[in-house]
Design a protein around this ligand. Structure first.
Ligand SMILES: [Zn+2]
Ligand SMILES: [Zn+2]
Length: 740
């Protein structure tokens, strides 16, 4: 017998191996095997089994199996096949997401030897000093103790314990060293609640879909504070009662510890947490137990959508509009929301996509009747919507004659007011660092990253310039402009560190904490900070978008948005949608308890429709404007889109390849529009020049996207017609979330 094996390499080719006799009964399609590939031995996945080899050359045998039993059942194997086809990647690469190379069902935790006294000192006839002191210690400890803890009592404690055991004075046992699986400081959160009518109705609809065992996609559109988490839990409870399993996806688990905490409280040991903070051993152990069917619920970020659960009944995607559900690198560049829909179809499961600000895609699917729509228009427990103040910062500057100030008068007044009342404040500013730009005041030259077309950001803590793309650091600031030698270099713009300085200056008594990528990297435990804010130990929580979503603080009654315009003018078709969602969601953090909340949004563009609709909390109006725009321009969700990026260190090679690619795409396109090829907005990142071509195909004429799919696949995958030179790389990004 022979097996065709696909490896996680960029080639679509599969390779034939002989199945040696001892493995004959064990090898099946979808299993991981180790096999010689060139000079190395690497992991591949069996994609086909045949009685005759496909070619006549010398055929090597499979070396060994990676797992004891197949991990991929037919459902998951179907999903991997879809992933490979849809995202245009070799099966071996697609399989890697569900079967990470460093995980195996053969993982065994380390053991340790435990010992406990069962006899008394008087029974110890031989008076060897080590035996006496060990036994005395064990008697005083009463319970089992690790033999390692005895090392100061005896040079070889294990030997001593064995001698004592022979005399029947101690009991020895082996125990698995189980890794710490929590990784978080939060405790299970118990909360007793009574459902509103809306919540009851929502839960009822999900129940009935689960009862019918039918694939049903739901859009759960619940305003912030409407009690979505309770619905997730009840839906999960129902699925478990039918002996089904559940995946709960969160954009980033450490930022939403409350939801994970609620799940742990509700389902205890049935819950596995799957996230990037798990240690390697904890990951291996958790994964093995998921494979063995020991967990019924997996709570995790993006990659948890591939958790090898059997009999899957429900997937919940919280904050489904979040771009972190899209994997940008490495391949496969999948979107966990789309994957969950496909997985739901394969398993006949219910899929709940939930948000206060749905993605335009999901909103569109609801409008066009593809999703069941569940609306929770009321805040839970009758909490009122916050009152939003819009501050025109141009006017503010004119009136105060302070230009480029961080805080308006009204925001300062309101912060002072809340501090006086012992209420809490959240300040959002979506730019980290101290000053985003170091600029020459004479010639206007901006200090750029040497590897990227991106300005370096000044960080006051540590006093360095940093590139936020490649992390390039410049420890000393240039004293003169490289262009004109002027000494007049000025820091421009405002980052979170500057906002923090201003807050400390204005409110020296207040306890202020900042949360952004930098504080997270510096080792501050995000969950601790959130917990402290929740317990009232912090007065003002300042942060980037990290703090804008999913958090539930009853005593936070004021949200200030320092610059509502951040990101508004990025040349990306989703820029407006993102800004809207951020402001709308951040506003939702305010006043979730009994006290009504207030929001202050500072803007230089108060008349901009995005800012206007967001500050009026008018989601429907903005989404309709946005849908009209997208339709007029044939952008998603009205079209299918594929982004082809050519990158490399050699600029002219990148240009040349892009032109060849472009002309190929142009020649054959029928009903498909081509944008570019052109240099990306960020022309150079990490020393790589980048050009992109974007293909669009209207859903009206290509309802399932198959036309576009066939077209670009035939162009790219046909190696005879399109050969990539060695010094450039081609990235295929199906349904990109960003065109920057
Ligand atoms: Zn200059
Ligand atoms: Zn850089």
């Amino acid at each position: 017998m022979y097996a065709d094996v696909s490896f996680p390499i960029s080639s679509y080719q599969t390779f034939t191996y002989e199945i040696p006799d001892p493995l004959l009964k064990k090898v099946s399609v979808g299993m991981r095997v180790n096999a010689a590939f060139g000079p190395r031995k690497i992991q591949g996945i069996v994609v086909d089994i045949k009685t005759k080899p496909g070619f006549a050359g010398r055929i090597k045998p499979i070396d060994s199996l990676v797992d004891d039993q197949p991990v991929l059942d037919t459902h998951l194997w179907k999903l991997i096949n879809w992933l490979s086809d849809y995202y245009c990647i070799p099966l071996g690469v697609a399989a890697r997401v569900a079967l990470p190379a460093n995980l195996s069902t053969r993982y065994k935790p380390q053991k340790r030897t435990m010992v406990k006294a069962i006899g008394s000192i008087s029974e110890l006839l031989a008076r060897a000093k080590a035996q006496v002191s060990v036994l005395e210690y064990l008697i005083s400890e009463k319970d089992f103790v690790s033999t390692r803890a005895l090392s100061d009592l005896a040079s070889n404690p294990l030997d001593v314990c064995r001698k004592l055991a022979e005399k029947g004075l101690v009991e020895i046992k082996e125990e698995d060293i189980l890794p710490d699986l929590s990784g978080f400081a939060f405790k299970p959160i118990h909360k007793k609640i009574r459902f509103s009518n809306d919540q009851n109705k929502a839960v009822g609809e999900i129940y009935s879909s689960l009862d019918k065992n039918e694939f049903t996609p739901f859009l759960l559109h619940g305003v912030t504070g409407s009690g979505k988490t309770e619905i997730y839990i009840e839906a999960a409870r129902h699925a478990l009662s039918q002996d089904k399993t559940v995946i709960m996806l969160l954009p980033e688990i450490s930022l939403t510890p409350q939801i994970a905490g609620r799940f742990c409280a509700a389902f205890g040991d049935a819950v596995a947490l799957w996230h990037s903070k798990l240690s390697q051993t904890a990951r291996a152990w958790t994964w093995k137990k998921i494979c063995a069917g020991d967990y019924k619920v997996v709570v995790g970020a993006r990659s948890a959508v591939f958790a090898p659960l059997k009999n899957l009944g429900l997937i919940v995607v919280d904050e489904e509009q979040e771009s972190s559900y899209k994997q940008e690198s490495p391949d496969p560049r999948y979107h966990a929301r789309d994957v969950s829909l496909v997985r739901g179809k394969i398993h006949n499961a219910a899929i709940v996509l939930a948000s206060a600000t749905p993605s335009l895609e999901s909103y569109y699917n609801h409008i066009y009747g593809k999703f069941e729509y569940i609306h929770l228009p009321e805040r839970f427990g009758g909490a009122k919507y916050p009152h939003v103040h819009v501050v025109n910062m141009i006017k503010e500057s004119e009136e105060t004659e302070i230009y480029g100030g961080v805080f308006s008068r009204i925001l300062l007044e309101k912060i002072a007011d809340r501090l006086g009342k012992k209420e809490q404040v959240i300040i959002l500013h979506n730019r980290r660092g101290f000053a985003p730009v170091l600029r020459c005041d004479d010639c206007g030259e901006v200090i750029m990253c040497p590897h990227c077309q991106v300005a370096l950001t000044y960080h006051r803590t540590g006093k360095f310039l940093q590139c936020h793309f490649c992390d390039h650091l410049e420890r000393s600031l240039p004293s003169t402009c490289q262009e004109c030698q002027s000494f007049n270099l000025q820091l421009a713009g405002t980052g979170t560190q500057k906002v923090e300085d201003k807050l400390i200056e204005k409110f020296p008594e207040a306890k202020i904490e900042r949360l952004d990528v930098d504080t997270a990297r510096s080792g501050i435990n995000i969950t601790d900070v959130l917990q402290n804010f929740s317990n009232g130990k912090i007065d003002i929580l300042l942060g980037t978008q990290m703090i804008a979503k999913g958090l539930d603080f009853a005593n936070a009654t004021l949200v200030g948005i320092v610059n509502g315009d951040t990101g508004l003018y990025l040349p990306d078709f989703r820029a407006g949608e993102r800004v809207f969602q951020l402001i709308y969601q951040a506003a939702g953090r305010s006043g979730r308890g009994r006290i009504p909340g207030e929001v202050v949004v500072q803007t230089y563009n108060p008349e901009n429709p995005v800012i206007k609709c967001a500050t009026q909390l008018d989601l429907k109006k903005y989404y309709n404007i946005c849908l009209d725009e997208r339709q007029a321009l044939d952008y998603p969700p009205f079209s299918w889109m594929v982004r082809l990026e050519v990158s490399g260190e050699n600029k002219s090679a990148v240009e040349k390849t892009s032109m060849v690619l472009g002309s190929k795409l142009k020649r054959t396109a029928k009903g498909i529009t081509l944008l570019g090829p052109a240099f990306c907005y960020r022309e150079r990142l990490r020393n790589q020049y980048r050009m992109q071509a974007v293909l669009k195909s209207r859903k009206e004429t290509d309802p399932n996207g198959t036309k576009l799919h066939r077209f670009f696949k035939s162009t790219i995958q046909d190696e005879k017609s399109f050969k990539l030179p060695g010094n450039v790389r081609l990235i295929i990004d199906v349904n990109p979330v960003s065109l920057l």
